[in-house]
Design a protein. Structure first.
Length: 116
């Protein structure tokens, strides 16, 4: 199973983007799905998580602006990003955490660039 992230691009500050993370197959025993990001010269940051029960968690820096969602029928996770800021510029990676090996799946990353 592979995760394919897409939807990144160049957007002006205040704009919106929706990232998608599609799985090539079904993943069983999912504990959580989510998105990390890594900006140049910075540590990787956990942006958003959706747990198997549907609860969500967001980094303080994106609360109220980003929304994570999941379409299980399509094996796809989304990250709706609104009111984007230049500091949101980063490579965004999706992940899936499961109870079974290999425990974690990662997408290849999609670049989001927000211009001021």
């Amino acid at each position: 199973v592979q995760l394919q992230a897409s939807g990144g691009g160049l957007v002006q500050a205040g704009g919106s983007l929706r990232l998608s993370c599609a799985s090539s197959g079904s993943i069983f025993g999912i504990n959580a799905v989510g998105w990390y990001r890594q900006a140049p010269g910075k540590q990787r940051e956990l942006v958003a998580t959706m747990f198997s029960g549907g609860s969500t968690n967001y980094a303080d820096s994106v609360k109220g602006r980003f929304t994570i969602s999941r379409d299980s029928a399509k094996n796809t996770v989304y990250l709706q990003m609104n009111s984007l800021k230049p500091e949101d510029t980063a490579v965004y990676y999706c992940y899936v955490n499961t109870r079974y090996q290999p425990l974690n799946y990662w997408g290849q990353g999609t670049l989001v660039t927000v211009s001021s």
